[in-house]
Structures are given as C-alpha cells and as structure tokens.
Design a protein around this ligand. Structure first.
Ligand code: LLP
Length: 449
C-alpha cells in the first residue's frame, strides 16, 4: 500500500534543527505552493510566511521577474563550475555586489550558504596574516561575541556563542575569544538602557588590547544578533567596534547573512553607522530567498596578499562544487534589479514605522518583557514576570507554543527560545503587516494570559 506523503516524510526524512521524536509523534505541515507572502499546504490551508522562509524571502514567492530570470538562465545552462572557468551571471553579479556594498569591498568570492561564506571569511583572514610582510604569523585567533550565530558548520560554530546549539560540539571546535554581547535588556554590566556607558565596548577593548597580537579578526553580526534572540545593539556600537579593529590592527568580519539585503531598513546593516568592514558575508536575501548562493566580499588589500606567482604558494585553496551557481547568480541579479525598480528600501520606511507603532500595544501585555526592532527584523521577548525579568524555563517551550497557536490562526512563525520572531518579507503591504501583527498579539495573549 502506498504511504501518504506525510508518512513518507516521517519514514525517510531527518528534519533540520528538529527533535525527530517530537516531529514524528505530531501532525506536520507539508508546504506545496507559495504565492506572494502566503504559503499553501497540501490540505489547501493558507498561511502568512511570517519569518520569510527562515529570514530570506524579499519579494514574496512566485515573483514574476525572479521566476523569469531563472527560466531564461535555465535555457542556457543550469550549472557550470567556477573551478577553472568563469560564468556570465556570476561575473555580472560580482560587479553589481561591489557596486552596492560598502566602499572598499572590491572582490567577491562565491559559495552556496551563509555558513560557507563565514568559513571562507575565517580562512581568508587567517591566511592573510600568514602571507603579509611583518611578524604577523601569531595572529591566528578570532574574537566574537556571546550570543553570536554564524552558521552550523564546524568553523562557523567555533565563532558562535549560542550554548544551546554549540555546547556539545566544544571538543571539535577551535578556541575563540568571547566578548560580552550588547544585550541591553539583560546587560551584563547592569546598566540602564538610557544610561548606557558602553561598558561592553570597554570590556571588548580590554580583551583586544591584551591579545591583539594573537587576534586575526573580530567576527560580528552588524546591528542585530539574530539567532541569539534578535538582540539589537545600541546606536553607535558598531562604529565603535570598527574603531577598535582599526586601533589594534584586527580585521573586521561583518556577517550580513541575516541583516543584509534590506532587512534592517538599509541595503546593508553596516550602512547605518557608515562602517566598511574588511570582509563581509552575504547570503539569504541575496537571491531574494530563491536559491542557495552566498558571497564573501573583501578589500584589495586582503586580495593582494594572495596575489602572486603560483610558486609563492599563496593561492586560496577553497571552492565548492556549486560555488557561484549560474541559476542562483541570475536570480540574484534580478533580485537586485527589483530592489532598485520597486524602491524596496524607500517603500520599507513607512512600514517600519507602522510596525513600531503597532508594537507599542504589545508593551502593555503582562508577559512581554522586551521588544526589539531593527527595520523588519523583530523579536518579542516573553518573560514569566515582567518586573524581575524572570525567564520562562526552557521546558515550558513558551515560544513554540505561541508559534503553534499563530499557525492555527494562519501564520507560520518560528521562535528563538522565549523570543517570538517576526521577519515578514520586505514586500509585505501595510494591511498585511497589521494582520500578521494582530495574529501574533492574539497568540501571545492566548498562551500567556
Ligand atoms: N550567519 C548568520 C548571521 C545567520 O543568521 C545564519 C543563519 C548564518 C550565518 C548561516 O547561514 P546558512 O548556512 O543557514 O545559510 N537555527 C535557528 C535559525 C538560524 C537562522 C538562519 N541563520 C533556528 O533554529 O531557528
């Protein structure tokens, strides 16, 4: 007898970031189709895509221009390798990326996910110091922040700081220095939000000052630590980090995988504080959320440290089979064109304000401890008790419960522990944003009141 699709899924698939026992013992959705900012399951139910299919969708699903770009490229060739050959769309896209990213980022190295883009950044930074003149060989460590998240591969986990995901792999990882997280709501220096003395930055400076001779690079998610709980840094923080990197001769790696491509209300989060990193990673939104592609951008200075006769043995030996995939590059070009034609960033500004106003109502709820927003990247931290900021224990799975109720009300969202995440596609219209926020509001009340 033929198994149903769901039975087959449960029999054959190991789902990501999922306790399979829980998955198998419960009913699950199978998504069949998407259109605009809605997803449709095999039973014909419709849902808002409230987290942009894990933070990456920009223009909605089945966007005509994006579909066309893929079809056009498909009629030429789906994939050719970049190992020893160049391709048309990846070349055109590199030019475009250099044009739209912060100044100084002039070279584009492709891969196929955010994690691999970060791996490349780490290897590039490490190798750079080995290859430039001077006594820099000891610069082989990385400094990162607590609550950081840069992907799931072993190198990117080594620079991560989310214990729930990363703790068990400790013996496999290389050591990195962990500076305090700019988590104002739970400030480790117990400073009040409006009387912030940037003690976390002072601590960061102390650490760098002491160890800069060993530090190759600092790795940071600009403006928002995403998977760590949508932790928004105070204004000025990122610029200060850039200053410290300059002062102590440490490379700055900005991981824009989650915040890049408009998510924070500017094309790249670094633009908010006029920061140009030495290395920048982009993925997710680069293809409008359509196909897997990522890029690690860097400066002429770093590129030139690898540029020499082959015999000098300075080649960057890295490259994945699907590096710079032509279909993904073609849709990325179309995505960037849509950003320009549809004035996505300009159009977002009113939407960001509208969301901000709507979120005011949430503050009155007795179990909403903190609301963090940067553009259309929103985290609502639920607490057991508001005054003491007492946390719900992880066993209570409060975030999961809220998201499951939201699903019944017609929206897919995914929490980060006790933080309810809202990351709508950037193309969402105002009315849709209001409807989605109403669903979240009602779901929080249903579970916590
Ligand atoms: N860097 C940053 C800042 C990211 O947010 C991510 C993924 C990556 C790198 C890795 O990119 P990837 O290899 O996935 O293309 N695990 C959480 C959500 C993670 C969100 C994805 N961020 C969860 O279970 O919900």
């Amino acid at each position: 007898e033929e198994l149903s699709l769901l039975e087959k899924n449960k029999k054959y698939v190991w789902q990501p970031f999922t306790q399979m026992k829980e998955w198998v013992e419960n009913d699950q959705l199978i998504i069949e189709r998407g259109e605009g900012i809605k997803l449709y399951d095999t039973a014909g139910n419709e849902y808002y895509d409230g987290v942009s299919s894990i933070w990456l969708n920009v223009h909605g699903h089945q966007k005509k221009e994006l579909n066309e770009a893929i079809k056009e490229q498909l009629d030429r060739v789906a994939h050719t390798t970049m190992l020893g050959l160049a391709s048309v769309p990846a070349t055109e896209l590199a030019e475009k990326l250099v044009e739209i990213t912060p100044s100084g980022l002039n070279k584009v190295f492709y891969s196929d996910s955010g994690s691999t883009a970060v791996e490349i950044a780490l290897k590039m930074a490490f190798q750079y110091w080995q290859q430039i003149d001077g006594n820099y060989g000891a610069k082989n460590k990385f400094i990162t922040l607590k609550n950081a998240y840069h992907g799931d591969t072993v190198g990117s986990v080594s620079v991560g700081g989310v214990d729930l995901f990363h703790q068990i792999y400790k013996p496999l990882l290389f050591d990195s220095l962990k500076a305090p997280s700019p988590y104002c709501y739970r400030c480790s220096f117990e400073e009040e939000k409006d009387k912030c003395n940037f003690s976390c930055i002072k601590e960061l400076e102390k650490m760098i000052k002491k160890q800069h001779k060993k530090i190759a690079a600092l790795v940071i998610e600009p403006l928002v630590q995403g998977a760590g709980g949508m932790i928004t840094a105070p204004e000025g923080y990122l610029a200060k980090v850039r200053e410290l990197c300059d002062k102590y001769n440490v490379l700055m790696i900005a991981d824009e995988v989650a915040v890049g491509f408009g998510r924070t209300g500017k094309m790249f989060a670094c633009e908010h504080e006029e920061v140009s990193p030495d290395i920048m990673t982009v993925a997710k939104g680069i293809s409008g959320g359509y196909l897997p592609i990522s890029a690690t951008l860097t400066t002429d200075e770093i590129y030139n440290a690898f540029y020499d006769d082959y015999a000098s043995q300075k080649t960057f030996f890295h490259g994945h089979s699907f590096t710079g995939n032509p279909l993904a590059a073609a849709v990325s070009l179309a995505n960037i064109k849509l950003f320009e034609e549809e004035e996505i960033i300009e159009e977002m500004q009113d939407k960001i304000e509208l969301v901000k106003d709507k979120l005011e109502d949430f503050k009155k709820l007795s179990h909403v401890g903190d609301i963090r927003q940067q553009g259309l990247m929103i985290g609502i931290e639920l607490v057991k008790e508001k005054a003491s900021k007492e946390e719900y224990s992880w066993e209570e799975r409060i975030g999961v419960k809220v998201c499951m109720v939201a699903r019944e009300k017609g929206m897919i969202i995914r929490p980060l522990g006790n933080v309810v995440v809202f990351m709508p596609p950037l193309c969402s219209r105002k009315g849709e944003l209001v409807e989605m926020l109403d669903i979240i509001y009602d779901s929080i009340i249903d579970i916590t009141e």
